[in-house]
Design a binder for this molecule. Structure first.
Ligand code: NBG
Length: 813
């Protein structure tokens, strides 16, 4: 879509005076207060509404023009969007930041302080949800017609706090105050059915689903502004509402109380985000959520098609639907149902349309993370969809038998239905069978999908498989979060990098320039001081800025190996205790991580991190030399403060487990050096920044496989490496345990010594060696800084704008 001049085009040429007037008028007319009586919430809300006004006109124009051009509309289906705060981004997109700042200053108000009041919408768990957000903003910035559909969870990802080092979860109250960035459109509400039975017309064989329950989906629009181009796309998040109209039978039966009770039960569907990351939740409510939002999305699509007057047979030419992991895959039989049952299409035609419309992105390599739903549950909740899945599977297996005759074991492996004591529907198989394209999220990951998890499918449909390496938006993760570095970059290479990140390569010429290096270091130091201030406010501890800031921020999961990092910390601490003269440069280790509330091992690791941190903090000899800090409730807002201050980025998953990673990209872009394994997008980061600018260690994916095949024995590694043994013995012996609980960490030790599924011990020595190389380089600040500059300069590829272009070229054609 071209840059349309909407009603607000003039508004962008705004003055602080006018902005101030609009702000005051929101304060008075919406909030009923004046400047002298306004509370901070009033001020925030009035400011947000003032800025939103500037987006509305462009949004209306963008929506009106959608579908008019030749381009296909991208429909992104995702159960998660981890958006981060909205105000700063909206100001940046509209070019109003300075005007707003000046206007507020004139009223004795501070923009940054007000912006700090915003509670981010945490409608996602981690990388998958954050990726969806980066993509949405990049699509808008590219000016492409796109709409994202998801769920408006009342409670997003839980708020984490620590009590005695233990993770405690509290509900996230992001909707406590009205969210000014979101508004409902009740006239677009749709009705979604569940359960009931399928009626077959004896004459025609036509099938009609009669749901026993009905829930109403009400859309809430979130505005997604492009950067400086007057395009504002939409994220439509659906909230479940019980509705008397939809449950007339119960009301008519006269049971008023029961009817109201059912109504509020229906509303549970959008109540809470499942706090699972990279592991499926497998609960009925979760399947209800998945069907709920995808059914709402498709109904919305059909509504628009009908308004615009194009026949549904044209869907594949007009839209591409992207399935973000398996969570929205139930949309496939839903589209089939609409086409066949509601629009009277023949099965063949419906299948052809469906197959050309959907595309599937897989975000994992953990087999246990591929969703499967029991046939019984699907039968009960979505009987018509189950019929359609059987039919699709039958047709598909006929194809398999034709392509690979006499290979029944292949048929069993590939079937959408998994046979066993409990028959299951494999959602990844359904997605692959019914999609035009299937992609992984980094080169290695896509390769491993083809070679392992989806091997049979890649053999049958090689042309379907492709890769799109993830990316991150430079607007949020450089411009907004790291203004100091952004200014330096702009001064050096010009403005263009914000929408053409490859231009950042212009920095390369300054990498060895001592004066430039000096300025680069000054930026990093100022960012570290800012982070230190935040950490001090939270913990009461003082953090100096001269130590290396060594950062590990990501969900807590055994495969990501926070334990390996912890063994390194314990090793350094032990060395320093045994010989205080050990030449180890000062380090601050920062962890940020939430554990799924039911994942006991992850929660115990959190506790151990906190105990190790407390033990070191209590040792006066470590002051200024070694510290561990673990700020609670890691989220996008905190990430934006941590990443600009990072010296070292820890990307240390066992090779073959991290699909891509995106934190790795953000950190490298902000000038952190990476210590990492050859996993996920680390592989590409290393290729691009150069092997000399990356600290590599650990087994490769191939070596992991052969090591396991050869019968890996962690106990042996432990016995043969004296230092490792001493460090583990300390943990086992209660050195870090709280008083009265000496054996607290025994399950961790036992898991490492007996199983060590993620080869922590196998990679320990190689990791420690790499960390020694890190220490050595830190001693040469000029060399370090040159590498840091090169990391930033060579990270242009990792923009989500590039990722979107790749999707257009390879998938949304
Ligand atoms: C996650 C992967 C990450 C990847 C993000 C975004 C899931 C299922 N997958 O490695 O673990 O960066 O997806 O693609 O959450």
């Amino acid at each position: 879509m071209s840059t349309t001049t909407g009603p607000t085009a003039t508004a962008h040429a705004h003055t602080p005076q006018r902005f101030a007037e609009e702000f005051i008028s929101h304060l008075e007319l919406d909030r009923g207060v004046d400047l002298s009586t306004a509370g901070e919430r009033d001020v925030y809300a009035a400011l947000a509404h003032t800025v939103r006004d500037h987006l509305m006109g462009d949004w209306l124009t963008t929506v009106r023009d959608r579908g008019k051009g030749q381009e296909k509309t991208v429909v992104y289906l995702s159960a998660e969007y981890l958006l981060g705060r909205q105000l700063g981004n909206a100001l940046l997109a509209t070019g109003l930041t300075d005007i707003a700042r000046e206007a507020l200053a004139g009223l004795d108000l501070d923009l940054d302080a007000i912006a700090d009041l915003e509670v981010e919408p945490g409608l996602g768990n981690g990388g998958l949800g954050r990726l969806a957000a980066c993509f949405a903003y990049s699509l808008a910035t590219l000016g492409r017609p796109a709409i994202g559909y998801g769920i408006c969870y009342e409670y997003g990802i839980f708020e984490q706090s620590f009590e005695d080092g233990r993770q405690v979860e509290k509900p996230d109250q992001w909707l406590d105050h009205d969210n000014p960035w979101m508004f409902s459109q009740r006239e677009h509400a749709v009705s979604v059915g569940f359960s009931g039975h399928v009626e077959i017309d004896p004459a025609t064989g036509d099938r009609t689903w009669h749901p026993a329950e009905r829930v109403m989906g009400v859309p809430y629009n979130l505005l997604v502004p492009g950067y400086g181009n007057n395009v504002v796309n939409t994220l439509r998040l659906w909230k479940a509402r019980g509705s008397s109209q939809f449950n007339l039978e119960v009301f008519n039966a006269g049971d008023y109380i029961e009817a109201v009770r059912q109504q509020s039960l229906s509303e549970n569907i959008s109540r809470v985000l499942y706090p699972e990351d990279s592991t499926p939740a497998g609960k009925e409510l979760r399947l209800r959520q998945q069907y709920f939002f995808t059914a709402c999305a498709l109904a919305d699509l059909v509504r628009v098609a009908d308004i615009e007057g194009f026949p549904l047979s044209e869907i594949p030419d007009r839209v591409s639907i992207q399935l973000n992991d398996t969570h929205p895959v139930i949309a496939i039989p839903e589209l089939m149902r609409i086409l066949i049952d509601e629009r009277g299409m023949e099965y063949e035609q419906a299948w052809d349309i469906t197959r050309r419309t959907f595309n599937y992105t897989c975000h994992t390599l953990l087999p246990e993370a591929l969703e499967r739903w029991s046939v019984g549950l699907l039968q009960y909740l979505l009987p018509r969809h189950m019929e359609l899945i059987y039919r699709m599977n039958k047709r598909f297996l006929e194809q398999v038998r034709l392509t690979f005759p006499m290979d029944e074991s292949r048929v069993i492996r590939m079937s959408i239905i998994e046979e066993g004591p409990e028959r299951m529907v494999r959602m990844a198989h359904l997605a692959t069978v019914a999609s035009a394209h299937v992609n992984g999220v980094a080169a290695l990951h896509s390769q491993l999908l083809r070679d392992t998890v989806l091997k049979d499918f890649a053999e049958m449909y090689p042309e379907r498989f492709t890769n799109v390496t993830n990316g991150v938006t430079p607007r949020r993760f450089l411009k907004l979060s790291n203004p100091r570095l952004s200014d330096l970059i702009t001064e050096s290479v010009g403005e263009g990098w914000l929408t053409d990140l490859e231009r950042i390569s212009g920095l390369e010429q300054f990498a060895d320039d001592p004066e430039f290096q000096e300025r680069w270091r000054a930026v990093k130091l100022a960012n570290k001081a800012e982070l230190a201030g935040i950490l001090e406010a939270r913990t009461g501890r003082v953090f100096p800025t001269d130590p290396m800031y060594d950062i590990m921020i990501k969900r807590l999961h055994e495969y990501k190996r926070q334990m390996l990092k912890l063994l390194h910390v314990a090793t350094m601490y032990r060395r320093l205790r045994l010989d205080p003269a050990t030449p180890i440069p000062p380090r601050m280790m920062l962890f940020g991580a939430k554990a799924a509330p039911g994942y006991q091992m992850a929660k115990l690791i959190i506790r151990l991190i906190n105990q190790v941190g407390a033990t070191i903090a209590a040792d006066p000899a470590m002051a200024g030399r070694l510290s561990v800090v673990f700020p609670a409730n890691y989220n996008v807002t905190l990430a934006e403060k941590i990443i600009p201050a990072a010296d070292l980025s820890e990307q240390i998953s066992m090779a073959g487990k991290e699909a891509s990673g995106t934190g790795n990209m953000k950190l490298s872009l902000n000038g952190a050096l990476t210590i990492g394994t050859l996993d996920g997008a680390n592989v590409e980061i290393r290729e691009l920044v150069g092997e000399d600018n990356f600290f590599l260690f650990g087994l490769t994916e191939d070596e992991v496989v052969s090591r396991k095949a050869a019968g890996y024995n962690p106990g042996l590694v432990y016995r043969e490496d004296q230092e490792l043994r001493a460090v583990i013995d300390e943990i086992a012996g209660g050195y870090y345990s709280p008083p009265g609980e000496p054996d607290l960490f025994a399950p961790i030790v036992e898991s490492l010594l007996m199983r060590d599924e993620y080869l922590v011990l196998a990679d320990y020595r190689s990791y420690i060696d790499a960390q020694e190389r890190v220490d050595a380089l830190w001693g040469d600040q000029q060399a370090w800084t040159a590498m840091s500059i090169r990391n930033t300069a060579r990270s242009g590829f990792f923009s989500s704008d590039r990722a979107m272009r790749d999707y257009f070229e390879r998938i949304w054609k």
